[in-house]
Design a protein around this ligand. Structure first.
Ligand code: ADP
Ligand code: CIR
Length: 520
């Protein structure tokens, strides 16, 4: 067979030299044309409202050819990044909606699969443009095939000029919003740290993979001057691209975590050391410890497509259905949940509220209720929120003050879930979350507590709480008021200390508050 093939090659060479066209040439040129067409065929854009997600396609298997074939073409060299296609009719200032995913080098391909989505700022919606599904098919396969870490991706470079240009309409919104914020009496950390100099340095920047702008970072605080913080990271790269703003806010919120600091390694400590913070049941109504997690391979809320929301919900619910013992429970999607059932879950403090204006302004509630849901065990002591503010919120809670029991359950749940789902983690920032206040350990350990004497003066309560690094919230959570004298008091900082230390901070602080209340 090979002899025949070499003979054909030799004949072909003679034909070429004589200027003849052979059948072999015709076959070859058609094949090359087809190959090019395949190579140049744009990857389909993932539109924001696709149907049911398709299962990830297996890598194509290269079949050995039965017949003799020409020697294989040399493997194509990785193409340099190509400019993205621009719509000819698009006005020069509009951010182009990319129809073609540029062919990318193999080194970049995983990054692109994971982070290759871009936002269409008209409509404030996300248009993922690369095949994230492919990248996420390794969801349950563990770290071996895990997508690159945030640290790896944050070194990615901007691909071309249009990627670097911030849309004029976005710039105008930024300028207007900045002027209003500067003139306001907002107490937010955004106002405190977004100086004119920082604003000017950041207003023309974009994250490399998603094209997120400063507006995506600060719009919640621009719209809500009563924000405590006012910023979110639309994608993980925002933490480095807009570090001039994130770093001082992180340092302020987390009590001195400097831009040169590194969050410690995960350490839940000895779970048996905490006891009941209120053994006589005098002050503490209930105790709760939660942490947040982001699924590797998926960006944060503002960059997710509806298909991704649904895909994540499916993965989360099927994974959690494998939990046993006290963690055994059921997933309840928000889609189709009866309003009365939903309201009861919210009123009982089990479910996240709906219509949070801070999240809405940050573009974090798109396609609601798609992909959102709650998993819980029968007695609702172990719960997991899916796709509210973070991809996952893992929660352990129960009536009374037995922090030991609540923490032990949380740690056992997190360990079980982490065996099954790879989460986004950064060497410096710890576990990655949408809001910078939750980075690091992501732990919020809280009690619902009645301290009527201390709370007679709310400012005094806040002052005492902050002495112990505690934060006071209302009964229904952040941005709510206390009902029936019940406050939610928790550790404030989550970065620069271990999980154990974060919980201990709450334990020690609440112990002191109770002592103080008793002494009044
Ligand atoms: P998160 O803690 O998830 O950041 P929120 O402050 O919005 O978010 O609180 C979410 C829900 O958890 C609210 O309904 C709140 O009342 C409830 N919650 C928080 N701490 C406790 C607690 N110790 N006992 C009972 N419910 C709690
Ligand atoms: C604010 O700035 O007040 C809101 N964006 C909430 C900030 C912290 N809380 C949170 O993420 N749940």
């Amino acid at each position: 067979m090979f002899a025949l093939w070499y003979l054909s090659l030799a004949l072909d060479e003679i034909r070429k030299r004589l200027g003849w066209t052979s059948i072999f040439d015709i076959f070859k040129s058609n094949k090359i044309a087809t190959d090019r067409a395949i190579e140049q065929k744009p990857e389909p854009i993932k539109v924001p409202t696709p149907k049911t997600p398709e299962p990830a396609k297996p890598a194509p298997v290269v079949q050995p050819e039965a017949k003799p074939t020409p020697p294989p073409k040399p493997a194509p060299k990785p193409d340099p990044p190509k400019p993205k296609a621009e719509s000819p009719s698009a006005p020069p200032t509009a951010e182009p909606i990319k129809n073609v995913t540029p062919k990318i080098s193999s080194a970049e391909s995983m990054d692109r699969k994971i982070f290759g989505a871009s936002k269409n700022l008209e409509n404030g919606e996300s248009k993922p443009k690369a095949n994230i599904k492919e990248a996420t098919s390794s969801f349950l396969e563990g770290e071996g095939q895990a997508p690159p870490t945030f640290t790896q991706t944050k070194t990615m470079t901007l691909r071309n000029k249009s990627d670097t240009m911030v849309d004029a309409a976005v710039l105008q919104k930024l300028e207007d919003g900045f002027a209003k914020l500067a003139a306001s009496d907002s107490k937010s950390l955004l106002k405190k740290y977004l100086t004119k100099e920082v604003f000017d340095n950041l207003k023309n920047k974009k994250t490399p993979s998603f094209g997120s702008t400063l507006l995506d970072v600060i719009q919640s605080g621009l719209e809500n001057h009563d924000s405590g913080v006012g910023i979110y990271a639309p994608d993980a790269e925002a933490y480095s691209v807009f570090s001039e703003l994130f770093d001082p806010i992180i340092e302020d919120y987390h009590g001195g975590f400097k831009k040169t600091d590194k969050h410690p390694a995960r350490d839940f400590g000895d779970v048996s050391t905490f006891t009941n913070v209120d053994p006589n049941n005098e002050f503490v109504v209930s105790t709760r410890v939660r942490c947040g997690r982001s699924l590797q391979g998926y960006p944060f809320n503002p960059c997710l497509s509806e298909a991704q929301y649904k895909e994540m919900e499916e993965k989360v619910s099927s994974t959690l259905s494998g939990l046993e013992g006290e963690l055994k429970g059921k997933f309840y999607p928000l889609t189709g949940m009866e309003k009365a059932v939903q309201q009861q879950l919210i009123d009982d403090h089990f479910l996240f509220k709906e219509g949070d204006r801070f999240l809405q302004a940050a573009n974090a509630c798109r396609y609601w209720p798609s992909g959102r849901g709650i998993y819980h065990n029968d007695n609702k002591t172990f719960l997991v929120w899916c796709n509210e503010e973070d991809h996952l919120r893992i929660i352990s809670m129960q009536m009374g003050g037995d922090l030991g029991e609540v923490y032990r359950r949380l740690v056992s749940a997190v360990n079980e879930i982490e065996k099954r789902i790879p989460f986004s983690h950064d060497d410096r920032l710890g576990f990655l979350t949408f809001c910078p206040t939750n980075l690091g350990t992501t732990i919020r350990a809280s009690v619902h507590i009645k301290v009527p004497k201390l709370a007679a003066n709310k400012a005094k309560l806040e002052e005492v709480a902050s002495k112990y690094n505690l934060q006071v919230r209302g009964t229904r959570g952040e941005h709510t008021e206390a009902e029936g004298g019940i406050y939610d008091i928790s550790n404030k900082r989550r970065m620069g200390l271990t999980e154990y230390q974060a919980v201990k901070e709450m334990y020690d602080g609440i112990t002191e508050l109770i002592k103080l209340e008793k002494s009044l």
